[in-house]
Design a protein around this ligand. Structure first.
Ligand code: LRH
Length: 475
């Protein structure tokens, strides 16, 4: 294995980034250079909550152009994003801005889907926890008065970007696994399920695996980005959580991970799906991982609770300093309310502090009053939900968990990491913060021959390059 440079595009629900990754496996180095960071978020139009796909594409294209200016030796590009959302195409043309998964239309479709295919059967087929925005519910809503009839193809967000860059239409497997339309054992489109749900099978693109080449940039794109000849787009774990798990420096046989950003994805990595009744009842999911691994995990609401509270407080133009708020939260002396972070009332954008107070009133516990108390209450509730989900993941999968790895933006939140250690009674190793981009870089590096080996070999490189911070449980 030699050394080389690749570009990672990583789009989260609140921000996107373009990062250069320089990998030299022999020297044991992995360096990231941040080239662009841009805002992302929902836009409410007359038809509902959408993404500004065109704006996102403009921003990431600027980042990529910067990548080629900075380093003309960039060999490839990989794209990952949040899961489940898609664009519909007619020919080469995108039909409207993609819907945001937090749009309300899905709720109406859930019942209709479960009438056709009961949830227990769905779970046996697709292995997915129930989330009202899983693509299959969105498509059931789309079928009623939406644009599905006009479309000849459907591409999930990273695949849509891959299409814009290369002209190729594919469905990368890890992200396709979040649609609910992929067989949990086969890893292929479940044609029978698609037909029973009355969805047009012809819109789904051929499945590819992380590491597969998509192909060279379209000539107009290459010239716009200033990309030299030979640059190709490579499929990565295009579901951001799949890329993040690649870069968790763990021993999978004795560790749990929490990929903590907008969501807290809490689980373990296993070789085979766990689709028992107990796993279904605990609402655990089996999502596709890189190299055929299975991400057995549960979605906990995550830092959304905090970012949405801050957005609420800032609605009249005030600016809140997050580090200062978290420091004040750490200093809150008395006990604060621990609420159920999984409660569906927290899903939609809006007044989170108000909804937390409402939850507390319904459950007869004193609601947090100051902003610092609200922030502390969120941190404690997340830590409690994280600890509970780790326990469940361990019991349901049989993985004997000794260590919890926290990666992503949440790994910077020392209070959250410490309280997760305290509430679980387990050691917490925090970092790397850019796990998703690192996983994206490593899968490309392996496809280019800059790195070799199994996920364990790649994780060894991560462990060397990014030292985790250790939090021991206090009693
Ligand atoms: C995290 C994430 C998560 C999904 C959600 C829609 O960014 O991809 O894994 O459940 O977004």
């Amino acid at each position: 294995a030699g050394a080389g440079t690749v570009a990672a595009v990583d789009l989260g629900a609140t921000s996107g980034r373009v990062i250069l990754g320089r990998v030299d496996q022999r020297a044991g180095t992995l360096e990231l250079e941040h080239l662009a960071r841009f805002q992302n978020g929902p836009v409410r139009l007359a038809s509902g909550l959408h993404w500004d796909f065109t704006g996102l594409y403009r921003d990431l294209a600027r980042g990529l152009a910067e990548a080629f200016r900075r380093d003309p030796s960039v060999a490839s590009i990989g794209v990952d994003s949040w899961a489940v959302d898609y664009g519909l195409l007619r020919g080469d043309r995108l039909i409207g801005e993609p819907f945001h998964y937090r749009d309300e239309r899905n709720a109406r479709a859930v019942e209709a889907v479960h009438e056709t295919v009961p949830f227990a059967e769905l779970y046996r087929r697709n292995g997915l926890q129930f989330l009202p925005f899983n693509t299959l519910y969105q498509l059931a809503a789309e079928r009623e008065g939406g644009c599905l009839d006009l479309a000849d193809s459907l591409l999930l967000v990273p695949d849509l970007i891959g299409f814009e860059l290369t002209g190729r239409r594919v469905a990368e497997r890890t992200n396709a696994s979040t649609t609910g339309l992929l067989g949990v054992h086969s890893g292929e489109w479940d044609d029978e399920l698609i037909e029973r749900l009355g969805l047009p099978a012809s819109v789904f693109a051929p499945i590819v695996a992380p590491g597969d080449p998509l192909g060279p940039l379209r000539p107009t794109v290459a010239s716009e980005l200033g990309a030299p000849d030979g640059v190709e787009v490579v499929a990565v774990g295009s579901h951001d959580t799949a890329s993040a798990v690649v870069a968790v420096p763990m021993r999978a046989e004795s560790a749990a991970y929490i990929s903590c950003g907008t969501w807290g994805l809490v689980g373990v990595e296993v070789e085979r799906p766990v689709t028992t009744d107990a796993a279904r009842e605990a609402n655990f999911t089996n999502e596709g991982g890189v190299d055929g691994r299975v991400r057995f995990l549960h979605n906990v609401m995550g830092l959304w609770l905090l970012s949405e509270s801050v957005r609420w407080w800032e609605r009249d133009g005030e600016t809140i300093d997050l580090p200062q708020l978290l420091a004040a939260a750490a200093d809150v002396a008395g006990p604060v309310a621990v609420f159920d972070a999984d409660d569906p009332r927290f899903m939609a954008p809006g007044d989170m502090p108000g909804r937390i107070a409402e939850w507390c009133a319904e459950h007869g516990v004193p609601a947090p009053r100051s902003r610092a108390e609200v922030a502390r209450s969120i941190v404690e509730s997340l830590a409690e939900a994280f600890a509970g989900a780790v326990r469940q993941a361990s019991v349901l999968s049989g993985v004997d968990v000794h260590t919890i790895h926290i990666v992503g933006g949440g790994s910077l939140n020392e209070l959250l990491c410490q309280r997760t250690a305290d509430r679980s009674g387990l050691e917490v190793l925090a970092g790397p913060v850019e796990a998703t981009a690192i996983g994206n870089v490593l899968v490309q590096a392996r496809a280019q021959g800059f790195a070799t080996g199994s996920l364990e070999d790649l994780r060894a490189l991560v462990a060397r390059a990014f030292r985790p911070r250790r939090h021991l449980p206090r009693d």
